[in-house]
Design a binder for this molecule. Structure first.
Ligand code: PRP
Ligand code: MN
Ligand code: MG
Length: 179
């Protein structure tokens, strides 16, 4: 385990087993729809890569980058689009691929943007859900794990851009973000 972590919450094996289930469910639900999977950079990049390998139907991918946290350990409350999609979503069945829903601000904003651009449908696949952090009424359509209200990192999730490459997810020691 990384020395900055207090404990591991989900091992690589547990995460991949969950991603596998989500991939099978999405394959069944989107059969014949040629869905557009939108990865919300940067946090969702590992989840996206593992998820699409487990989806057995044709799909397309696009990427968007948002930021609500910056280098802080709390959400700023303002979502910014740092990188936009390459192609129009009009008429497409969109699956937003997110690593985590906390306040819900990022997703609420993204959903609004995509529906405004006339996507045929917009659903959300989120690997982690922190329901206690919620400020907006929004839920995932496909959810991996419910997590406690603690600062977690790994498997794409960062603190000040660090720890994204850990293959597992753990709780960061408070002394790391308090110093
Ligand atoms: C994190 C995370 C989600 C979002 C969730 O992204 O990856 O996208 O915050 O928080 P919310 O529900 O409170 O909006 P962040 O803005 O840190 O950018 P990153 O993915 O590049 O780390
Ligand atoms: Mn993110
Ligand atoms: Mg972040």
């Amino acid at each position: 385990m990384h020395p900055d972590l207090e404990k591991v919450l989900f091992s690589e094996e547990e995460i991949l087993a969950c991603v596998d289930r989500m991939g099978r469910q999405l394959s069944a639900d989107y059969d014949g729809k040629n869905p557009l999977f939108i990865c919300v950079l940067k946090g969702a990049v590992l989840f996206m890569a593992d998820l699409v390998k487990r989806v057995t139907i044709p799909l397309e991918m696009d990427f968007m980058a948002t930021s609500s946290y910056g280098a802080a350990s709390k959400s700023s409350g303002v979502v910014r689009i740092l990188k936009d999609l390459e192609r129009p979503v009009e008429g497409r069945h969109v699956v937003i691929v997110e690593d985590i829903i906390d306040t819900g601000l990022t997703l609420a904003y993204l959903k609004e943007v995509l529906l405004h651009r006339r996507a045929a449908s917009v659903k959300v696949a989120a690997l982690f859900d922190k329901p206690e952090g919620r400020k907006m009424e929004i839920e995932a359509d496909y959810r991996g794990f419910v997590v406690p209200n603690e600062f977690i990192v790994g498997y794409g999730l960062d603190y000040a851009e660090r720890y994204r490459n850990l293959p597992y997810v753990g709780v960061l020691k408070p002394e790391v973000y308090e110093r």
